[in-house]
Design a binder for this molecule. Structure first.
Ligand code: HEM
Length: 514
């Protein structure tokens, strides 16, 4: 909102220095803070100290620019002959900060990977995220509440639940975000774009709470359900937002060792049901889901079944580093009766279902991790440019520029590798991706999360105390540091993925000698 058109001279502002009339200037805009002095979260005395003065430097050392938008009602005009300089971004805007956007979004660079429909989608998802997800995500982080049904319905209507499953028939006939992209033309670069945009609020728990369980679980139903009518019913219920689904593989005993699962599914004598007993731990969204895509031990191996919340299913919230907004749960199955028609893939061959599911899941996590690191880089560049210490900007110190250079390089390198792998995904059938891309995706994911570790570490060094404070300027840095580790563990820990990547590369090793 533009300040009122009235203008004042700096001399006029200087006359308002008492509690009866206290004005100050921030970015050439005059604020009458008389009514705000008592309510100022930073206290009264600091405002008295800047009464009648230009408080721009003091303000930007302690507040995010958005505070001015929130309190625009105190703006009474501008300084005659001056114009506010600080940009107020609007929903959907690209950031003008160097390296805040991937190269393909910069007007001066070109990319072979993206076309106009990717650009339309990027703009539309960013606007949607900023208008409808950001504030709720941060409110839910604070309250621990789950994503509202209103937002789920809005995303479903916009086709954003369908897009989370990646390209495929489930998107046919879907007009994404009012038709900016048709479901039929949605490819893995569109998938990359929406995966990277949706996480920009940097509210990590709310990001997983935003139907993360569906993203990694419904794919197993879409690819491995044995009855097309049943598959459509489940997919329709979930993609319309009426029912919620999550993936329940990990266990307290087995961790991510899928072969070591202990949850059992024993067939009833009439062969019509499985009786499931066991526990699952760290199940994202489990606290409020209706369907659980569950790894179980059957007679001769591992199987995957869809279990509906019913008698014998109990879920309990687990406290994790982020708030309870992700609905992370401990689940117990106590003699739960599951129709055999809920089997996904073949009995005792569930490992194929799980392994093939992993690729898209890990790739989505990688998109998210790189995008989040980039947002942190943006925060650090802006902060280094505005923070004054001993009369100099932080960025004027070579040590800070070294840190920024390292962070930028890590993010850019991983983004380029991600785009190269995504290009392969666009040109390879899903089943072949498991063979040729499982290794590269595993290596890329661990590279992205190692980079996130470095970015998190350097960012706090740059931000100091603000980077470990949950409210105020450094809130994104604090959140990132508290939660970046999730990606280094979920979907396969870094060590497991590194090992997988190298072992896969060695599988077809030729008789090559030095
Ligand atoms: C238009 C003028 C101002 C408004 C609307 C304003 C508003 C706020 C708000 C909403 C907060 C809570 C934290 C946040 O959301 O960032 C805050 C904190 C604070 N403000 Fe202000 N403020 C203004 C000017 C100033 C000035 C000029 C100073 C110092 C000279 C100042 C010093 C502080 C301090 C020290 C804090 C606590 C910071 C922290 O906990 O990190 N404020 N202010």
């Amino acid at each position: 909102m533009a300040p009122p058109s009235k203008t004042f001279t700096r001399e006029e502002v200087r006359e308002h220095t008492t509690d009866d009339s206290l004005w100050c200037i921030v970015d050439s805009t005059v604020y009458d803070l008389t009514e705000f002095v008592d309510a100022h979260p930073g206290g009264e005395s600091v405002l008295r100290q800047v009464a009648g003065q230009d408080a721009t430097t003091a303000f930007y050392n302690l507040h995010r620019h958005e505070v001015l938008t929130k309190y625009a009602k105190f703006a009474i005009g501008t300084i005659a002959g001056e114009k506010p300089q600080v940009i107020t971004p609007q929903p959907g805007d690209l950031s003008p900060v160097p390296y805040a956007e991937p190269l393909w979004l910069s007007p001066v660079f070109r990319s072979p990977y993206y076309n106009d429909s990717h650009r339309r989608l990027q703009r539309a998802v960013r606007e949607f995220t900023e208008r409808h997800l950001h504030d709720e995500a941060w409110a839910n982080e604070a309250s621990g509440k789950f994503l509202s049904q209103e937002t789920i319905d809005r995303m479903s209507k916009a086709g954003l639940l369908h897009t989370r499953m990646g390209p495929g028939k489930h998107l046919h006939g879907v007009e994404i975000l009012g038709g900016v992209v048709k479901g039929e033309e949605y490819d893995y670069f569109h998938d990359l774009v929406s995966s990277q945009e949706l996480v920009r609020p940097l509210a990590r728990g709310a990001q997983d709470g935003n139907l993360g369980g569906m993203t990694i679980g419904l794919t197993a139903v879409l690819n491995f359900a044995n009855d097309p009518v049943w598959k459509k019913k489940i997919a329709d219920e979930v993609l319309s937002g009426k029912k919620k689904l999550c993936l329940a593989i990990t266990e307290a005993f087995a961790g991510s060792d899928v072969a070591g699962l202990r949850t059992t599914a024993v067939k009833t004598p009439d062969g019509k049901h499985y009786i499931v007993n066991g526990t699952k731990k760290w199940i994202t969204n489990g606290a409020w889901c209706d369907y659980f895509v569950t790894g179980v031990k059957t007679e001769h191996g591992l199987s995957v079944v869809l279990i509906e919340r019913s008698e014998g299913v109990e879920t309990k919230l687990i406290k994790t580093s982020y708030s309870t907004t992700a609905g992370t749960a401990y689940i117990t199955f106590d003699n739960v009766k599951v129709p055999v028609g809920n089997l996904l893939g073949q009995e005792n061959k569930g490992i194929q279902v799980i392994l093939s599911n992993f690729n898209h899941e890990r790739w989505v996590m990688t998109c998210a991790s790189i995008s989040s690191s980039r947002r942190i880089v943006e925060e650090c560049i802006k902060w280094s440019n505005q923070r004054l210490v001993f009369g100099k900007r932080l960025i004027d110190q070579p040590v800070i520029r070294q840190k920024l250079a390292k962070m930028i390089s890590l993010v850019e390198a991983n983004q380029a590798w991600l785009e190269s792998i995504t290009y392969q995904m666009c040109h390879m059938p899903y089943k072949e991706q498991a063979r040729h891309l499982a290794g590269p995706i595993a290596l890329l994911k661990q590279s992205a999360t190692r980079a996130a570790h470095e970015v998190a570490d350097e960012s706090v060094q740059i931000w100091g105390g603000r980077g470990i404070t949950q409210s105020g300027m450094g809130k994104y840095i604090e959140m990132f540091n508290r939660t970046y580790k999730f990606d280094a563990i979920l979907g396969g820990a870094e060590e497991v993925l590194s090992d997988l990547g190298v072992r896969q590369a060695m599988k077809d090793f030729p008789k090559a000698m030095l």
